[in-house]
Design a protein around this ligand. Structure first.
Ligand code: GLC
Ligand code: CA
Length: 586
């Protein structure tokens, strides 16, 4: 990366300052912020430790808000910060209305929400409606009550099958490996009923046919909206509703007929949630975590009276290959268009392998580490591609998610000691699945050795997961002074994204290029080009470079790089920029 490229970006930007923005664009900025927002995901345990116990906390986040403002994000999404026994990193909630004492207090969360707002940053909280912690008062009451009691009706308790009821009620397989049923013990010590858990036994599934379950969640939404949060991320949003007969899963279920996924009644629930969100005068948003292979079914959740947006995971599951990525972009845009919802672009989160590692492994098949355990990793290659991928995603229409540490180019920590791993996926698979701890290692902020400023200097406790030594080069302190760093790239990229009217509202139009090049215009005055071919390509002379993810030696865009361009002429039908057709015309 040369300084020249970055300076070109800074210079161009001022030409398109917000005062020049068309009226419609400014209105969008005020009212429909979520349509193109940049949302930064904070995994609180691993972000910054304020009190020196080795665990990230709200004091730590508050001390870094300015960092996030400088990065240029519009909102922060906090993974669950509620009281939790941590059987699944906080996705086992014991009390939705209290902050886990390891993180701070409710008062401190309120202060944090207000301080972020003062910096122009909105807050999104995570709700986990499919299940609660087994320590939640409702589940404790259910265990203490008899079969058939109202307390048990809020969950899925069933007698077992077989002579002694010692066979599970059905054979559903857990998302966390193993079975989905655990048998309870009666007060007299005899074996009792079984209860359903799609995830770990510490996460019993709620019965969403029960009116109290529905009412309680709407009350939880109001609780947080009343505290000023701008939105809610809905965990496992397609799993809540079950077929009450709990039948086995058919080999090829018809749409809407899977016994525990994507059932039609979910839409009734989310219409109710939307009514809650819409009852607030300013915009409060609902973001669904929806993993569905059928993108048309996925888009149904985004109809105007349901969720505002949902995570689009298709893109992050694709290998680094132009044909597949182009197809992913096209299907995403086509599926979202009829419902009028903006797509989301996600390269990483707390559940998937970090992109630098993923893209550094050839033939990356999927984002979960289990699929590729043992594959050799080329981190330099992964970092180059991650830079290119970041700019590609940031140029696409819709909102953009950044998972903490992505902006530093952190890699997956693949060699964590077994005894320090906490993810139930690792433990329940007997170690066959490396699990997700490797993308949850505490962030490096400063200094030459662990804890890299994650905890205050006087802290005696070590970070809850060990940080690798090579992160010394990847601290915020090291990267912010380096114009070629990932952090500098993200800062420039987000600054340009914010100031470009075409990136907010412009349609996407593919430009003529080779099949291994992804070139498109947004609106008439902005072009993004990503070279996934093995050879450098020439950039058109009739455009200037706003920003590039790699050094443009000799004016060529190298392999595995993205450039953003300002065309000399508006991109209309007969005046489109053309890119070299290496690998066949597209
Ligand atoms: C979601 C979360 C994941 C969690 C699971 C169960 O997929 O992102 O971290 O383990 O739901 O709540
Ligand atoms: Ca702490």
């Amino acid at each position: 990366m040369t300084d020249g490229v970055l300076e070109a970006a800074a210079g161009q930007q001022s030409k398109t300052a917000s005062a020049d923005m068309p009226k419609g664009t400014r209105e969008l900025a005020a009212d429909q912020w979520w349509r193109r927002a940049v949302i930064y995901q904070v995994y609180v345990r691993s972000f910054a430790d304020g009190n020196g116990d080795g665990i990230g906390d709200l004091a730590g986040v508050r001390s870094k808000l300015q960092y996030l403002a400088d990065l240029g994000v519009d909102a922060i999404w906090f993974t669950p910060w509620y009281v939790s026994p941590l059987a699944d990193g906080g996705y086992d909630v014991a009390d939705y209305r209290a902050i886990d004492p390891a993180f701070g207090s409710l008062g401190e969360a309120e202060q944090l929400i207000a301080e972020a707002k003062a910096l122009g940053i909105r807050t999104i909280v995570d709700v986990v409606p499919n299940h609660v912690s087994d320590q939640h008062p409702w589940f404790q009451a259910a265990l203490a009550a008899a079969p058939g009691s109202p307390e048990r009706a809020r969950f899925w308790f069933r007698p077992g099958r077989g002579k002694n009821c010692d066979e599970m009620p059905n054979a559903w397989v857990s998302n966390f490996w193993g079975t989905t049923w655990t048998r309870t013990t009666n007060p007299d010590g005899t074996p009792g009923e079984w209860y359903l858990h799609l995830f770990s036994p510490e996460q019993p599934d709620l019965n969403w046919d029960h009116p109290e379950v529905r009412a309680e969640h709407e009350a939880v939404l109001r609780f947080w909206f009343d505290r000023g949060v701008a939105g809610v991320r809905i965990d496992s949003a397609a799993l809540l509703v079950k077929d009450p007969a709990l039948p086995e899963i058919p080999a090829e279920p018809k749409p809407g007929e899977h016994p525990n996924t994507d059932r039609d009644d979910l839409h009734v629930i989310y219409r109710g949630w939307r009514a809650v969100a819409d009852s607030y005068p300013d915009e409060r948003i609902l973001v669904g975590e929806i993993w569905l292979p059928d993108i048309e079914r996925f888009a149904k959740y985004l109809r105007p009276d349901e969720l505002h947006t949902a995570f689009n995971f298709d893109f992050l599951g694709r290998p680094w290959n132009a044909v597949g990525l182009r197809e992913s972009i096209d299907t995403t845009l086509i599926a979202h268009a009829p419902v009028g919802a903006p797509p989301t672009w996600v390269l990483s989160n707390h559940d998937v392998t970090r992109p630098v590692t993923r893209y550094g492994q050839e033939d990356t098949a999927f984002a979960f580490a289990t699929k590729r355990a043992g594959t050799p990793t080329d981190l330099d290659l992964g970092r180059r591609r991650s830079r290119a991928a970041a700019m590609l995603c940031a140029a696409l229409p819709g909102s953009l998610y950044i998972y903490q540490g992505e902006e530093l180019g952190l890699d997956e920590v693949q060699d964590l000691p077994a005894e320090q791993r906490q993810d139930p996926m690792y433990h329940r698979s007997g170690g066959a699945d490396p699990g997700r701890d490797g993308c949850r290692v505490p962030l490096p902020w400063a200094g030459a050795e662990p804890p890299f400023g994650f905890s205050p200097p006087a802290a005696s406790a070590k970070p809850w997961l060990p940080q690798p030594r090579h992160w010394a080069k990847l601290t915020v302190e090291a990267e912010q002074g380096d114009p070629g760093s990932m952090l500098s790239l993200y800062r420039h990229m987000l600054r340009i994204r914010r100031s470009e009217p075409d990136l907010a509202c412009g349609d996407l139009r593919w430009l003529p290029s080779g099949a291994e090049v992804l070139a498109f215009a947004r609106g008439e005055d902005f072009v993004s080009v990503t070279n996934l071919s093995p050879a450098p390509i020439e950039l058109p002379a009739e455009a200037s470079v706003l920003l590039a993810s790699a050094d443009l030696a000799g004016g060529l865009l190298p392999s595995d790089a993205t450039a953003w361009l300002r065309p000399d002429r508006p991109q209309t039908e007969d005046r489109l920029l053309r890119f070299p057709t290496v690998g066949g015309e597209c």
